[in-house]
Design a protein around this ligand. Structure first.
Ligand code: PLP
Length: 375
């Protein structure tokens, strides 16, 4: 059966060169990086070379990169520790953040009785920066936590603008860049972000590894206690093959960034035009010409009887896509992101998210649309 993978915002296929590098490390470099003998030193060396490589790609210092098990852990670590260690009394965030941020903040609000403010979301799905500035005008030690690229609708936060506003108001700025690192360049020398978070499986690296960037001079304590790994900030024997795999994947992603951006942008434009042509009445969630270049989210003008089986029927044809809202996979819970921007009526209709990588072709899009028409 033909297989078409259009769910790259969920996870990506691992790059073959990453697999080779990781296989070599798994086979030969089994020393514990904390051991002082030659095998341990060799593993340590690989970790530090990986850290340097990641830092170089983001224009920051190697000691500002802390390895974690995933993006979720890095988000939890930064948000929790900033309340415990930096005296943060208030968090400004949005209702369209990933649950790794939203749920963490909800729990911390109860535990530490901090204030939480949600910045207004514009109908386009973008953050209302004017409202953010208003919120920041009250004096309280604040952490602003806003994602760079939204994983459901692909809206983009202007990191330069928001980080500067945060600096002007002496607020810490944390951004979840899980959907953007490896897909767009982020220069941490030029943009005054305090914390950011990434995850390797979103840029053709392995699952189970991510990192936190913590700006030099900001002192946090760990949430995982134990050994002295990661300068005491994240206990646990380092996952050497995953760290090496992540650094390799990021290197490859940034080496071919311009080329892949062009190719994927072309695919997205092709998908928009074909969808408009073949599915009359389709409505895009967010402005498709302004959302991130690898992602499209849309409402299908399908009747209720078709709605329930969309994902199942596409799956039967070997097509992997994601739901953009409830109703398609047995869940009755609407997407918390779409709930912020859609009317009750549109929220009840089926939304789909398709997300591309450089492995996709226009044939994939044709096959998807052909089968979408048959649903
Ligand atoms: N943040 C965003 C925006 C994401 O899209 C994801 C993954 O879907 C995460 C955080 C969680 O990352 P991980 O899967 O590495 O825990």
């Amino acid at each position: 059966m033909k297989k078409v993978y259009l769910d790259n915002a969920s996870t990506t296929a691992i790059h073959p060169d990453v697999v080779s590098e990781m296989t070599r490390v798994l086979t030969e470099e089994y020393g514990n990086p904390s051991s002082t003998h030659y095998l341990g030193r060799s593993s340590r060396n690989l970790i530090e070379l990986s850290r340097k490589s990641i830092a170089k790609n983001l224009h920051c210092a190697a000691q500002e990169i802390i390895f974690t098990s995933c993006g979720t852990e890095a988000n939890n670590f930064i948000i929790q520790s900033s309340i415990k260690d930096l005296g943060v009394e208030r968090i400004i965030t949005s209702k369209i953040e990933h649950h790794a941020v939203l749920h963490t903040i909800e729990i911390l609000k109860k535990q530490y009785s901090i204030e939480v403010d949600y910045v207004t979301i514009l109908p386009s799905g973008e953050i209302d920066v004017v409202h953010l500035t208003d919120l920041l005008s009250t004096k309280a030690k604040t952490l602003v936590s806003l994602m760079h690229v939204n994983n459901e609708i692909g809206t983009i936060l202007n990191l330069e603008r928001v980080s500067k506003i945060c600096k002007q108001h002496q607020a810490y700025f944390h951004t979840d860049t899980v959907q953007s690192i490896g897909k767009t360049s982020v220069n941490l020398e030029q943009i005054p972000i305090d914390f950011l978070v990434a995850s390797a499986h979103k840029f053709h690296g392995p699952k189970g590894i991510g990192f936190a960037f913590i700006r030099k001079g900001i002192v946090l304590n760990p949430i995982l206690l134990g050994g002295e790994q990661e300068k005491g900030l994240r206990a646990g024997t380092e996952c050497v093959h995953n760290i090496v795999g992540m650094a390799k994947a990021l290197e490859l992603a940034y080496e071919s960034l311009i080329e892949e951006q062009k190719q994927i942008t072309f695919l997205k434009e092709y998908a928009i035009s074909q969808l408009e042509q073949h599915i009359p009445g389709i409505k895009f969630n967010g402005n498709p010409n302004q959302t991130f270049y690898n992602l499209l989210n849309f409402i299908l003008p399908f009747s209720d009887d078709k709605t329930a089986m969309i994902l199942f029927n596409l799956d039967m044809k070997g097509i992997a896509v994601s739901r953009g809202s409830a109703c398609q996979s047995g869940s009755t819970k609407p997407s918390h992101v779409l709930a912020e921007i859609l009317s009750e009526e549109d929220l009840r209709k089926p939304s789909l998210r398709i997300s591309f990588s450089h492995y996709n072709t226009t044939d994939d899009i044709d096959y998807f649309i052909e089968n979408l028409k048959l649903v």
